[in-house]
Unconditional design. Structure first.
Length: 189
């Protein structure tokens, strides 16, 4: 596993290169989290450089995540990505969504939020990779029968790549994290 010294956006280009290399090695598709399309642009650039022929699946934040009735991915950017062959998935967050709505009103810890926090022990990007694999499977953008390369990040941009065999959120424990390819080191100081 490759470990980055810093978290976040600064690693996006390196992470994109690693993700495409890994997808070529596994002969599979890439599922990537991206709010505005910045990470997807980096992946598309690497796709051309490395002559990758697989599909890139872009998983966005849910509608209204930041601002009511809006999505951070502009309609213009969404259309641009679709025209480049990117599949775009926008859906409720598999590891928060409804459960976060319940816990914010009634307080307390709930199982899916505990799962999300446990995954964050490996790094925020690992949790994002798992969540995106679930969301992509729930939307039919990927098969649950073969691994995909997932790209996530910490607070913007990309810094984590995992190879995951997806599952539907209703069968979350059938998801398998096959390999953590790169992520930020969690050593501080």
């Amino acid at each position: 596993m490759q470990g980055f010294k810093e978290k976040g956006r600064v690693n996006t280009q390196d992470t994109a290169a690693i993700a495409v290399e890994t997808a070529i090695r596994y002969n599979t598709d890439i599922v990537a989290a991206s709010n505005t399309g910045y990470t997807i642009d980096a992946l598309l650039e690497e796709k051309k450089k490395q002559k990758y022929t697989g599909t890139i699946i872009h998983v966005t934040h849910a509608q209204g995540f930041v601002k009511k009735d809006e999505n951070e991915l502009s309609e213009e950017k969404r259309q641009e990505l679709l025209e480049q062959g990117v599949k775009v998935v926008t859906s409720g967050h598999a590891l928060s969504g409804t459960e976060r709505g319940i816990s914010s009103v009634f307080k307390g810890a709930y199982p899916v939020e505990i799962m999300a926090h446990t995954l964050r022990m490996f790094g925020a990007g690992v949790k994002v990779c798992v969540e995106c694999a679930l969301m992509a499977a729930d939307n039919g953008a990927v098969s649950v029968s073969r691994p995909v390369v997932c790209v996530g990040g910490t607070g913007g941009g990309a810094d984590t790549v995992c190879v995951i065999t997806p599952s539907y959120s209703a069968k979350v424990f059938e998801l398998k994290i096959n390999e953590i390819v790169c992520k930020p080191l969690l050593i501080e100081g």
